[in-house]
Design a binder for this molecule. Structure first.
Ligand code: SF4
Ligand code: SF4
Length: 367
């Protein structure tokens, strides 16, 4: 008996570690326009800036009739022993191969089958695509929005990558999820900054967001970053709906790199080490800035030495953050001397002002 296209799509998902798959119409997502306009400033640089393109699938593919949405679980266990090195933490979804590449391989595989079998036109996207992944996933019945602000996929839970294929095929649509979080509050309890609360989700308080923006962080933000070098997945890891972990992370340096190594890396070394991972696209300076923030969880002589060394960085974001971190660690004789020295050699007037302010504060506090 000839298999229907929808059955074939489900079969492909089952055979290729796609935890959830659903189909929806390619009509405009007009209902999310107001929400997208409201968050446009905060999410600038992260998403397509033309709101019409984020709403209209047909601006990405003329003649689009359906969208196939997919979720892939990235839940993994860590099975290494923590040593006494000064290390930061890369979120579970970002350590290792860039998920955009992985997801695109899976979507392209399905698109190729649809092209060959049905002559379909298909365009594949993940994360960086023009449409709002969450809106697509919801309409296609992949899941619902949980209290942590993530799509909670029926099978994959909160720890999933999302992607979609826009196609000109007329396909049977999936029904929307009726699931809810119920009385569970695991993610609210796990969030270290209070970004999730009963009142909703506050992007500007979220560590994952802070580790990805490019500007210098305020002292308050620096203190909230914790050990997170890129992303924070505490609220996703805490979700009771996650699919059980199938893989384990064995390499401690991949999930928890040494902070000193990160800070001392040249741009070329950074590219070689992280170029094919999700953190590669954020660039070395942002990850080094976050690594400096993580030193605050260690403090002590070793941490101060690393921060003082970073004052010699060629990058001004790194130098400024190093100075802030030294200030937040209380300076001490070594920190203060390093700052006074750095101030004498600094050429950037903005950074000179930052140094002077911190030096004054430390002197006032008797460093
Ligand atoms: S990613 Fe981290 S900081 Fe952001 S909401 Fe989740 S637990 Fe809170
Ligand atoms: S942890 Fe609980 S409340 Fe939070 S998203 Fe998952 S199910 Fe919902």
């Amino acid at each position: 008996m000839k298999m229907k296209a929808e059955q074939l799509i489900k079969k492909y998902a089952g055979e290729n570690s796609i935890s959830d798959i659903g189909i929806c119409s390619a009509e405009d997502f007009e209902g999310i326009r107001a929400e997208l306009e409201k968050s446009a400033d905060i999410l600038k640089g992260f998403v397509e800036k033309d709101i019409q393109k984020r709403i209209s699938p047909r601006m990405s593919m003329e003649g689009a009739k359906s969208i196939i949405a997919a979720a892939v679980s990235y839940n993994r266990d860590c099975c290494f022993e923590i040593d006494d090195e000064i290390r930061g933490y890369i979120s579970m979804g970002a350590a290792g191969e860039d998920y955009h590449l992985y997801m695109m391989r899976l979507l392209n595989g399905l698109a190729e089958i649809l092209r060959q079998k049905y002559g379909a036109e298909c365009r594949c996207f993940t994360d960086t695509g023009p449409l709002c992944d969450r809106a697509v996933a919801l309409r296609a019945g992949i899941g619902y929005i949980g209290k942590n602000g993530c799509v909670i996929a029926k099978n994959g839970g909160a720890a999933v990558f999302l992607g979609y294929i826009i196609t000109d095929m007329e396909l049977e649509k999936s029904s929307k999820s009726k699931d809810t979080c119920g009385s569970c509050k695991n993610c609210l309890k796990s969030c270290p900054t209070g970004a999730i609360s009963d009142k909703g989700f506050k992007t500007e308080k979220c560590i994952s967001f802070l580790t990805q923006i490019k500007r210098p962080l305020t002292d308050r933000e620096i203190l909230s970053i914790g050990l997170n070098l890129y992303g924070c997945d505490k609220c996703q890891r805490a979700c009771m709906k996650n699919m059980p972990a199938e893989n384990e992370v064995e390499d401690i340096d991949a999930a928890m790199p040494k902070i000193k190594d990160i800070i001392e890396m040249s741009n070329r070394e950074f590219k070689e080490t992280y170029g094919k991972t999700a953190i590669g696209w954020r660039g070395a300076a942002v990850i080094k800035r976050n690594a400096l923030c993580a030193l605050l969880r260690y403090r002590g002589e070793k941490a101060m030495e690393i921060a003082c060394g970073a004052l010699k960085s060629e990058n001004k974001l790194v130098r400024q953050t190093a100075a802030q971190v030294i200030g937040l660690m209380g300076g001490g004789k070594n920190g203060l001397d390093a700052l006074i020295n750095a101030e004498k050699n600094e050429k950037d007037t903005d950074i000179i002002l930052v140094y002077r302010d911190i030096i004054e504060r430390l002197k006032g506090a008797g460093s």
